[in-house]
Design a protein around this ligand. Structure first.
Ligand code: ADP
Length: 631
């Protein structure tokens, strides 16, 4: 056996290796992903060679074998790939940042992509083994050669290469796992369950079987508490990613099972989107809209993101950049070969490609939701119940930037349809003379429905959208209009429902009662901006509306926000129904009993607040006033 003198890494290489070992990767556990990827690449290269030279090796002949030895504290990764000769070892494992795999890809760039689609590219992954191992050996024999070599290294000090013996071609990488210290435990890496879970997590879709001898414990036959162990070789990975299969080969059940297992949900997803996209952005995506909003969805603990794979290897568990906030409920994964990964393969460099994929995914999700809205209404309403708030929030928080994308997904309860409606549908039902889209805000549909303001509008045959979420009015404000039709709150003072005749009549009455209305306004100074005759009340005596852009509903929302010191107030207007008996009473009190007029005015104002869902300012004073009138 020929013994070679110990060679030194070049000085810069030494520094680089130290850096590598200590700072490139945030998770030590990825060493296994790197070594398995190398094994897979080596077998791809052999398979490619076999195809070129008719060697008769098929993919089915190739597999990776893992071996964990707790006593010796070793993990061995065996492949039956292309192997390495002495020069290969020198070039690939002696020079950091030299990637034989990258070279291979370049040399065969004109070949069918699928065939040379190897994973390695930076020439550093191998050294991640030193994060968990004090010594690494590589026993390898190149395909078609007789001599095997043993590469040995304990890290920065350098490496040795000696001639050795090995049955068959391929490589066996053995990691001598470090002893645990007070700060860091490495023992887990010698546990069968850990290795299994790492393979599942990072290397599940490596296209060759990754096998390991696993131990099973079961009750000894005929005994009640005696156990025996038996060992058998298991394949740990699923190999073919479900998203690379054809849609036609897959059933809904298979998609649903995959979703539940992968994204840890008990219930089936509402729908799945399986897309293969080629062109400016080339990727496979498998996306799911959950059936229910996760319990923490509307809290700051919820983390959005899609799993990101590059050629079937997991790169990132939650890539937030792939999902816009308004679609943050989507779960799923993206697999692309075109990504420019950074050296640790953990994060991406700010990548144009990623942006393109995000745009494309955004359009795909939008189209799917629109399709569901048009063809599967019930399902869409279920979706809306769970995630509608997020869409409305997205429209608001983007300062209207996303309105073209999101506006036709919106739904609100309709006064006339008595169910959810889209704004498009509302517009098709608009009356001929109707110029604006009416809406009303309140806590619940039932509460809005009995607002005094809605009575006449409904009677006149106009449809009203009922806004029950606090974000709703802000969203519509951001939207400004829908296909040129503006939104108008029926609780706003300038909403106009009157005919010319009604207008003139009201004007006359207001003129006649100008002094009384002035007096009432004075009595309510600081509380309302004005007291006016109403054009919107039918059977109710009074209501509150607002002047200007800030509505009473918005005042409520802003007032309820924590840490909001400014708490802006709406300019409230007390509207009185001039056709109600109370109006005649007020007129007579104005002539005869100013004190009572003051009490009446205040009571009516407080009642209007109650109807609007705002607390009365002084409940005791209010009750005393009502009580004194009852006596
Ligand atoms: P990368 O995989 O990004 O190229 P590595 O540092 O992991 O970088 O590996 C460097 C090179 O060593 C690879 O490109 C490959 O040529 C060679 N290599 C590593 N592992 C094996 C293996 N199991 N069989 C054959 N060659 C290997």
């Amino acid at each position: 056996m020929l013994f070679m003198a110990k060679k030194q890494f070049k000085a810069e290489s030494k520094r680089l290796l130290e850096m590598m070992i200590n700072s490139i990767y945030t998770h030590k556990e990825i060493f296994l992903r790197e070594l398995i990827s190398n094994a897979s690449d080596a077998m791809d290269k052999l398979y490619f060679k076999s195809m070129q030279e008719n060697l008769g090796i098929t993919r089915e002949d190739l597999s990776i074998m893992l071996d964990v030895n707790k006593e010796n504290r070793t993990i061995t990764i065996k492949d039956c790939g292309i192997g390495m000769d002495k020069d290969d070892l020198e070039n690939n494992l002696g020079v950091i940042a030299q990637s034989g795999s990258f070279k291979f890809k370049q040399e065969n760039a004109d070949t069918d992509k699928e065939e040379v689609d190897v994973i390695g590219q930076f020439g550093v992954g191998f050294y991640s083994a030193f994060m968990v191992a004090e010594k690494v050996t590589v026993l390898t024999k190149k395909y078609g050669e007789d001599t095997a070599y043993l590469w040995e290294s304990s890290g920065v000090d350098g490496y040795t290469i000696t001639e050795s013996e090995k049955e068959g071609y391929g490589s066996e990488i053995t990691l001598y796992i470090k002893e645990s210290t007070e700060d860091e435990s490495y023992d887990d890496f010698l546990a069968e369950y850990k290795i299994k879970s790492l393979v599942k997590r990072y290397s599940d879709y490596i296209r060759y079987p990754i096998k390991m001898e696993c131990t099973h414990r079961h009750l000894k036959e005929g005994t009640e508490n005696e156990y025996e162990e038996h060992k058998c070789v298991e394949t740990l990975n699923s190999m073919v990613p479900i998203w690379k299969k054809n849609k036609t080969e897959l059933t809904d059940e298979e998609y649903n099972e995959f979703y539940k297992e992968k994204f840890l949900d008990y219930s089936d997803p509402l729908t799945h989107i399986h897309s293969k996209t080629e062109g400016t952005a080339t990727y496979n995506a498998l996306l799911f809209i959950p059936g229910k909003a996760p319990f923490d969805y509307y809290s700051k603990d919820y983390e959005k993101g899609l799993q990101l794979y590059s050629s079937g290897v997991l790169i990132m568990e939650k890539c937030a950049d792939l999902l816009p906030d308004y679609f943050s409920f989507v779960k799923g994964l993206v697999d692309s070969e075109d990504l420019s990964l950074n050296i640790s393969r953990e994060m991406l460099q700010h990548d144009k490609q990623l942006k393109l994929i995000e745009r494309s995914i955004e359009r795909t999700i939008k189209n799917e939701l629109k399709k569901m809205l048009n063809n599967e209404r019930e399902k869409y309403e279920e979706f809306w119940k769970n995630f509608g708030l997020q869409i409305k929030f997205g429209l608001y928080s983007g300062y209207g930037m996303n309105k073209e994308l999101l506006k036709d997904l919106l739904m609100f309860y309709s006064s006339s349809e008595k169910k959810l409606t889209t704004i498009d549908e509302y517009i098709t039902r608009m009356k001929e003379d109707q110029k604006v889209i009416y809406f009303a805000s309140g806590e619940t549909v039932a509460k809005i429905d009995c607002l005094p303001q809605t009575e006449m509008i409904k009677e006149k045959g106009y449809e009203i959208l009922y806004l029950t979420d606090s974000i709703d009015e802000f969203t519509l404000q951001m939207l400004v209009d829908y296909d040129g039709k503006e939104f108008k709150s029926i609780q706003s003072s300038d909403t106009d429902f009157e005919t010319e005749e009604e207008k003139n009549e009201k004007k006359e009455k207001a003129e006649e009662n100008k002094d009384m209305l002035e007096e009432m306004k004075k009595l309510l100074e600081g509380k309302v901006a004005d007291v006016r005759l109403s054009s919107r009340l039918r059977s109710h005596p009074v209501c509150l509306t607002s002047d200007g852009a800030l509505s009473i509903e918005m005042e409520k929302v802003l007032g309820a926000m924590p840490d909001n010191n400014s708490k802006p107030k709406a300019d409230k207007v007390l509207e009185i129904n001039a056709n109600h008996a109370i109006f005649d009473k007020l007129r007579s009190l104005y002539e005869t009993d100013k004190e009572k007029l003051s009490a009446y005015t205040d009571i009516l104002y407080q009642q209007a607040r109650l109807i609007e869902g705002i607390d009365i300012e002084d409940p005791v004073d209010y009750c005393n006033k009502v009580c004194s009138l009852m006596l």
